[in-house]
Write a protein that binds this ligand. Sequence first.
Ligand SMILES: [Zn+2]
Length: 154
Amino acid sequence: MKCPYCGVVDTRVLDSRATQDSSAIRRRRQCISCSNRFTTMEKLEEEPVVVIKRDGRKELFDATKILRGLLLAGQKRDIPLTTWQEVIDSLEQELRSNGVREISSDQIGALVLKRLRDIDEVAYVRFASVFRQFPDVETFKAELEDMLKEKKLT
Ligand SMILES: [Zn+2]
């Protein structure tokens, strides 16, 4: 592994440990030449997921894009970043376990919304409206009423 500081290829591993969910191995390395330390991650190479946008354009699935949307939807709602990370993790896991290689941006939005619903109503509504997940206002209203009804029952 090439040292990011001096470019020498000889480094030694000081420490190896699995990440919390055991999906990757983190290695602490030290450059033999300049003694600087750095970290590398070893993880399974994942097959890319292609997202088909409404206008038909295709792009690679990008978790940071979803995170940006979630942060926007959750503004001033005091929702910890880890919650959003979990949303994205579980979304990626669902795509992976279903072997999804191509998915529309609308479907992604729906999968995110499904999770948001249980987390925060305001963020849910914001995400739904910003990303226009509903074909028309009536459908949106019906969905909201549904949600409120369920809330009252619990
Ligand atoms: Zn070095």
